[in-house]
Design a protein around this ligand. Sequence first.
Ligand SMILES: Nc1ncnc2c1ncn2[C@@H]1O[C@H](COP(=O)(O)OP(=O)(O)OP(=O)(O)O)[C@@H](O)[C@H]1O
Ligand SMILES: [Mg+2]
Length: 341
Amino acid sequence: MSAVIEIDGLRKTFHTLRQGRRVAVDGFDLRVDAGQIHGFLGPNGSGKTTTLRALLGLVRADGGRMSMLGAPSPQRLPEVAGRVGAIVESPQFFGNFTARRTLRLLALAGGVPTGRVDEVLEQVGLRDRGDERVKGYSLGMKQRLAVASALLKSPELLILDEPANGLDPAGIREMRDLMRSLAEAGVTVLLSSHILAEIQLICDHVTIISHGRRVAAGPVDEVLAGFDQHEYAVRVAEPERAGELLRALGLSVTAQPDRLVVGGVDEPELITRTLGEQGVWVRELVPLRPDLESVFLELTGTGPHPTIPRQVDDSLLPEQTQKDAAIDLDARVGDSREVGA
Ligand SMILES: Nc1ncnc2c1ncn2[C@@H]1O[C@H](COP(=O)(O)OP(=O)(O)OP(=O)(O)O)[C@@H](O)[C@H]1O
Ligand SMILES: [Mg+2]
C-alpha cells in the first residue's frame, strides 16, 4: 500500500501579541494510503486545520517532515499541486455570481475544460440550482459548491476541512456516497471533522488528534474494536437473581433500571445457558459495541461535564489519556512516536 500523505513529527507554534505562545501541533503523525477515505478527527482547536494548512504550504511548519503523492511538502508542492484538490476553511465566493459562473471562472483559471463544470455540479447535487446566485445559497449548498470547486481538476487526492459542516443528515449521506464513488474511481480522500457520526458514516480509516498529537489511528472498525469491552445488555424477569448467577461466573454485572450490563463476556451463550439452567429466562441479549463517539470522548477527554461548561482547551493532553487507551492499530502507520511511549 503506498502512502499518499505522510506526516512525521509535525510541529507548529503560533506566537501572538495578546495570547503569546500557542502550540497548535505538537509532533503529529499521519499516514493516508491510496484509496482510503480517511477521517481526521479531533475536538475544536486540536490542530486539524493547522495540520492541513501546513501540509498545503499555507502556513510554515516549525518542524517535522511531510509529503504528498511522494513529493516532500512544501518544497516540491508545485510538482503535485495539479493532482490535489483541497478546501481548507470555508472558501469565500462572490455572492453575486452563480455557482456555474464561479466554477467556469475557476476552470478557466485552472486550465480545466469548462465541460467539467456541469459534471461537478451534478456530482455534488447542485445541477438544478447552479444558475442561482451564491448569496442565496444555504450553508450546506455553499459547502457543496466548495467541494465542486475542489473536484474540478479531477484530483487524485482530495483534502477537505470540515466538508460536512452545515449539511443536513441527507446531505451527509450524499457526501458519503460522493466520497465512496470518488474512492471507487481511485481518489484518495482526507477529510477533517469534529463530528463523530460523520466520520463513522463516511470514512473507512481514522486518525484522532488531541492537543496537536495523534492519539489513535487505524481502520475505523479496528479503532472501535480496540475499545470493545465485550459487554452485553441482558433483560430478564428476575434481575437480582440473574445478577448473582452471572457474578458467580466471574463476570462484571452492573444493574441498570431496566437491564443488566454484563462485561467481560467472551461467549454470550454462557449467559443464556447459565440463566436458562436456573429457570431465569432471557428476554433480550444485546451486544454493546463501542461507537466512535464514546471512543473519541475517552481518548480526548471531551465528555460533557454535568455542571461546568467545558472550555475548548479542556480536552486531555495525550499523556493524560490512559496509557492503554492510546492505540495505534494500523501497523502501517509505522513506528512513529506514540502516546505515552
Ligand atoms: N493563525 C493563528 N494564530 C494564533 N493561533 C492560532 C492560529 N491558527 C490556529 N491557532 C491556534 O491553534 C490551535 C489549533 O487550531 P486549529 O484551527 O488547527 O484547530 P482545529 O482542530 O482545526 O479546530 P476546529 O475543529 O475548531 O476547526 C488553536 O488553539 C488555535 O487557537
Ligand atoms: Mg479547523
